[in-house]
Design a protein around this ligand. Structure first.
Ligand code: ADP
Ligand code: MG
Length: 258
């Protein structure tokens, strides 16, 4: 099997996966984590990838991010180098909020004045304008994830890959961050591939929900979420969609006898 990360011919997606397979390990210890996953995420689309624990969601995201290579198939990203966000904000604890956000700006070689202006703008975007001089341990979990989001946005990339970024937050904080992510996504016309096992979160955020089967991960179902934005996670429309996704997931997990 061959694998490349160049754009598949004819693909128009901001993120395009074609027949992507991932095997961990070799011989009798080999684990087939993903099996022939094809997915096109349109520019500006918000796609939520949902599936049971261990079904290969993080594997898929890591492959798109280029952190690991597929065993087979093709992954295309156009010219974009995606921004990544995980459940853990992974901030530098010894740096202030400003200095954390400055890291990608420095790496991009922006001059000092421009960096200062960009930091101020990014901290306003995530509603942390007054917290630039704090250090991560002085912030709540939600605020730390906002810093992580600002740092990712500092890459100025059109594609965001998010792996359960709000999974460790309480429901109220998560609710607020959903609103903010939705606003930033729409203002900046970002393409988002968002992994979660939380079906309500997926229904709240997604233009399209894609369901992965239990291992090996295969795409088994997808649905468009037509509920107008802004949305509320506790609205009846979102609850109905979440219930349908849960039913599909239950059937899938039941089929595997887990
Ligand atoms: P998810 O994010 O959906 O919970 P993962 O992508 O983390 O699932 O894992 C998918 C499967 O691949 C799991 O069975 C996991 O144990 C296995 N796996 C993940 N990473 C590795 C690795 N580096 N080596 C071997 N197996 C792995
Ligand atoms: Mg995972």
């Amino acid at each position: 099997m061959t694998s490349t990360r160049t754009a598949p011919r004819g693909a128009t997606g901001a993120v395009a996966l074609h027949g992507v397979t991932k095997v961990y390990g070799q011989g009798e210890h080999a684990v087939l984590a993903l099996d022939g996953v094809s997915l096109d995420v349109a520019p500006g689309e918000f796609v939520c990838l949902v599936g049971a624990s261990g079904c290969g969601k993080s594997t898929l995201l890591n492959l798109v991010a280029g952190l690991d290579r597929p065993t087979g198939g093709r992954i295309g990203l156009g010219e974009a180098h995606p921004g990544l966000m995980f459940q853990e904000p992974a901030l530098f604890p010894w740096l202030t909020v400003e200095a954390n956000v400055e890291v990608p700006l420095k790496l991009r070689g922006l001059p000092r004045d421009e960096r200062k202006a960009r930091i101020a703008e990014l901290l306003r975007t995530v509603h942390l304008a007054d917290f630039g001089r704090r250090r991560p341990h002085q912030l709540s979990g939600g605020m730390r994830q906002r810093v992580a989001l600002a740092r990712t946005l500092a890459l100025d990339t059109p594609v965001l890959l998010m792996d359960e970024p709000f999974g460790a937050l309480d429901a109220m904080t998560r609710d607020i961050l959903h609103d903010e992510l939705e606003r930033i996504w729409s203002e900046r016309r970002l393409t988002v591939l968002f992994v979660t096992h939380n079906v309500r979160e997926a229904a709240r955020l997604a233009d399209r929900i894609v369901l992965l089967s239990s291992r090996p991960g295969r795409i088994i179902w997808s649905t468009r979420v037509e509920v107008p934005r802004p949305r509320r996670i506790d609205s009846p429309e979102i609850a109905t969609i979440a219930a349908e996704v849960t039913d599909r997931l239950r059937t899938e997990v039941g089929r595997h006898g887990q």
